[in-house]
Design a protein around this ligand. Structure first.
Ligand code: CMP
Length: 138
């Protein structure tokens, strides 16, 4: 079925000037953009967004990284969106990311890995609502 996923172009990729390249890979991959904005997470937003990772050793570093500069937040629509988008972004660690994936092309490290993609339909809905009002979703 056609459904939706949530993505962020992370601060590393925005800083490096890769917004255009990444959006191009997303649309070439067959995803329709139904919401999009340039925004920045506060430390509190990042803590809340990544709460599931709060016991992990990299949590502090992750929160600092994700709040250090602007991000692009977007909602994407496609058949099988969550799973297909995770395929398009590639493995968390860019050293393990497949050829042709966004992280293979743009990610710097396991921490600064250029893009986020929701891991389930449920989280896609939660993450989308975190960033976008209903009237901003088309
Ligand atoms: P993502 O999978 O989008 O969401 C969790 C994030 O935590 C992940 O991307 C990385 O940015 C970060 N992360 C995961 N593993 C590590 C790690 N070992 N060291 C630092 N950051 C990590």
């Amino acid at each position: 079925a056609t459904n939706r996923t949530f993505t962020m172009i992370k601060p590393d990729a925005v800083e490096a000037g890769h917004i255009g390249g990444i959006i191009n890979m997303i649309t070439e991959g067959g995803f329709k953009i139904v919401a999009m904005k340039l925004t920045q997470l506060t430390v509190r937003d990042a803590q809340k967004f990544y709460e599931v990772h709060k016991e992990r050793p990299f949590y502090g570093e992750l929160v600092e990284f994700m709040s250090r500069g602007p991000i692009v937040a977007a909602i994407l629509e496609k058949e099988n969106a969550v799973e297909d988008f995770r395929k398009l972004i590639g493995a968390t660690n860019p050293a393990e990311a497949a050829e042709g994936t966004i992280r293979k092309k743009y990610a710097k490290s396991i921490g600064e890995n250029a893009v986020h993609g929701s891991d389930s339909d449920e989280n896609a809905a939660i993450e989308s609502a975190f960033h976008f009002a209903g009237r901003e979703q088309f």
